[in-house]
Design a protein. Structure first.
Length: 159
């Protein structure tokens, strides 16, 4: 017999979620039951699923950050909403340049603010920059660290 995803009241195996619909269903149920921890775990799993695969981990992490922003927008508006500006910029300059621009921007992006407010600072582009510091200019890494610190995002897991 297969082990249920909701194995007990304190143990949830989100790695068994195979598609976005399963992840969203678990998020909704967890929200209804007041289990923010499970909702956030399911959210992160959704981002992993939607991030896909690529040989470059920065590309995957960028896609996961984009999926996170679009999911927050979906929740806010009650329908699928694409981060059109980000997608245009991505098509124009690529993932690395987008991440550098976000980190160096004087003002944080709306996506950054939405994710941090939702307790998902580890899903931001700035977090991707800090997590992969060796791939980015030092000034971008420093700016990303500062922004994350200013918003109280723990970066211990990023390094």
């Amino acid at each position: 017999m297969a082990k249920p995803i909701l194995a007990s009241s304190s143990s949830f195996d989100v790695s068994r979620l195979k598609d976005a619909d399963q992840a969203r269903n678990l998020m909704e149920n967890a929200r209804r039951l007041g289990r923010l921890d499970v909702e956030q775990d399911a959210f992160r799993r959704l981002c992993q699923i939607e991030g896909g695969s690529d040989d470059d981990p920065v590309v995957v992490q960028f896609r996961q950050a984009l999926a996170a922003v679009e999911e927050v927008l979906r929740q806010k508006h009650g329908k699928k909403v694409r981060a059109a500006y980000t997608r245009r910029k991505l098509a124009s300059v690529g993932e690395i340049a987008c991440l550098i621009d976000w980190a160096l921007k004087k003002e944080e992006t709306e996506g950054f603010k939405m994710l941090v407010e939702a307790g998902l600072g580890d899903q931001t582009g700035e977090y991707v920059v800090v997590r992969n510091a060796d791939r980015f200019p030092p000034e971008a890494v420093d700016a990303a660290r500062k922004r994350l610190a200013d918003y109280g995002v723990d970066i211990a897991g990023a390094a």
